[in-house]
Design a protein around this ligand. Structure first.
Ligand code: NAI
Ligand code: MG
Length: 487
């Protein structure tokens, strides 16, 4: 274990802070119940100190006025350091989250280093315009940072989601206070050491472990100018209220989904069943973009379900650190109980349980929160398991016969994060893509992500975009400067 984890301290103004007498809590490995670290639960004085540090760093550290090429070099270096620490970061991610090391090594860490490299490149390439206005003026727009950004992230991709926020915020000259999820603060604390090594000045990034109350303090703070949040809709509402009740700080939100995977009978079922399986059972289904609804054309839905069931029954659950393991432990008892409630609700509402539906308890798994990959068939759009985000390894399969009912069903939830379409008929695919209420549509593509491609939701999946050029707008404001030419 590295130093920062042993310290379990907050990282404020370039120093590790854990005053005697502060509240501490235990971070545990959800797969085993084993204690990983004892970490500070930041309260009002730490939150205030972190925001003050970020505020003075914004005013005085020279971060926002640093030569763009120097800022670029530092961001590149952060990316490089994440890359060279990939194995250790993946191991810790697996220990604190319960996902497999293999998943973390592929799905969490590489995109985290890539996002720093990507935004490093933008620093010298994102700038204002000279605008052709009426009258004797030179009119220019200047792109400026917002100030102190509060980043509140969840536990499902701890380092990656923090990086999606940190990289563009820092690239554009902001300073940041990061509040990791209570379950998974350890890679964020590890990152603090890498940031320091890369040359981030003290106070530019501050990390305050804690619970919801810690996040709430940040969201209400008068010197925080923006909150960027990933998590639940309930907390998003709290954050909006906090903004309204404090300084009207800007807010961007990524709130998960109930994403449809739409499969027509002309699709390649070998390929589609592989993807459909990975998209709901990868990372235990605790993924905002998980394809948790499979909308299959009636003529092939039986066959698709048979293939998925076969894979699900063969899926290897167990020690997340073991290279052969395919699915690890859910994040917590709370999340396990949430999944169990949804399974009961599916049964009660008349869906047909195809497989799973229960905990996996073999070979020591009873110490963790392992849940068998679960498939429900004959799901109807009004059912809870068709409407609500379960955030676990539960797939709801619904059949369709016409394009109209398909679109109606696909759009029938409050969410709109991603959708998948599988068909050889490209005209049909585009026709449907245009009508889906969804921030992203993947056509015949297995859920690709790229730092250059914006990602985010419509409807209650959230506001704003992460990644790509679009996210730069989330961390900047435009100043219009007029110069009279005939003065
Ligand atoms: P949550 O939304 O409560 O937690 C996310 C983050 O917000 C954590 O860092 C937490 O400490 C913080 N937080 C909690 N209350 C807060 C408040 N009042 N003010 C400011 N920050 C606060 O998510 P939770 O309870 O862990 O999971 C519940 C459900 O939320 C999941 O089952 C899933 O449906 C959804 N979720 C969606 C995610 C996504 O990727 N969009 C990620 C995590 C959860
Ligand atoms: Mg919560």
């Amino acid at each position: 274990m590295i130093q920062s984890m042993e310290k379990g301290a907050a990282y404020i103004g370039g120093k590790w802070v854990r005053p005697p007498g502060t509240r501490l809590y235990e971070v545990v490995n959800p797969a085993t119940g084993e204690r990983l670290a004892e970490v500070i639960h930041c309260g009002p004085s730490e939150v205030d100190a972190a925001v003050e540090a970020a505020h003075s760093a914004f005013q005085e550290s020279g971060w926002r006025t640093l030569d763009p090429s120097k800022r670029e070099r530092i961001l590149r270096k952060i990316g490089d350091l994440i890359e060279s620490n990939a194995k250790e970061l993946a191991r810790i991610e697996s220990l604190q989250n319960g996902k497999t090391v293999r998943e973390a090594l592929r799905g969490d860490i590489p995109p985290a280093w890539d996002i720093f490299h990507y935004y490093a490149g933008w620093i010298t390439k994102y700038y204002g315009h000279t605008v052709p206005v009426s009258g004797p003026y030179l009119a220019e727009t200047r792109i400026e940072p917002i100030g102190v950004v509060g980043a509140i992230v969840p536990w499902n991709f701890p380092l990656l989601l923090a990086s999606w926020k940190l990289a563009p915020a820092l690239a554009m000259g902001n300073t940041v206070v990061l509040k990791p999820a209570e379950q998974t603060p350890l890679t964020a604390l590890y990152l603090a050491e890498l940031l320091e090594e890369a040359g981030i000045p003290p106070g530019v990034v501050n990390i305050i472990p804690g619970f919801g109350d810690t996040g709430a303090l940040l969201a209400r703070h008068m010197k925080v100018r923006k909150i960027t949040f990933t998590g639940s809709r309930e907390v998003a509402r709290e954050i909006l209220r906090a903004s309204a009740d404090s300084n009207l700080k800007r807010v961007s939100l990524e709130l998960g989904g109930k994403s449809p995977n739409i499969v027509f009978s002309d699709a390649d079922l070998d390929r589609v069943s592989d993807v459909a399986f990975g998209e709901i059972f990868g990372h235990k289904g605790e993924v905002c973009s998980a394809s948790s609804r499979l909308l299959a054309e009636s003529s092939i839905s039986g066959e698709l379900i048979r293939r998925l069931k076969d894979k699900a029954e063969r899926m290897v659950l167990g020690d997340p650190q073991h290279p052969k393991t395919q699915m690890g432990s859910l994040i917590s008892r709370t999340q396990l109980e949430r999944v169990e409630r949804y399974v009961s609700s599916g049964l009660k509402e008349g869906a047909a349980l195809v497989c799973g539906g229960k905990r996996h308890l073999d070979n020591g798994c009873d110490r963790g929160f392992f849940f068998r990959p679960t498939i429900f068939a004959r799901v109807k759009p009004h059912m809870k398991i068709a409407q609500e985000e379960i955030f676990g390894p539960v797939l709801s399969v619904m059949d369709f016969d016409s394009e109209e009912t398909l679109i109606e069903t696909a759009n029938s939830t409050v969410y709109g994060l991603v959708s998948m379409i599988w068909t050889r008929d490209i005209g049909r695919a585009f026709r449907i893509a245009r009508r889906l209420e969804s921030g992203t549509v993947w056509i015949n593509a297995a859920g690709p992500f790229d730092s250059a491609m914006p990602f985010g939701g419509v409807k209650e999946s959230g506001w704003g975009r992460e990644m790509g050029m679009e996210a730069l707008k989330e961390y900047t404001q435009v100043k219009s400067i007029w110069i009279g030419l005939e003065y």
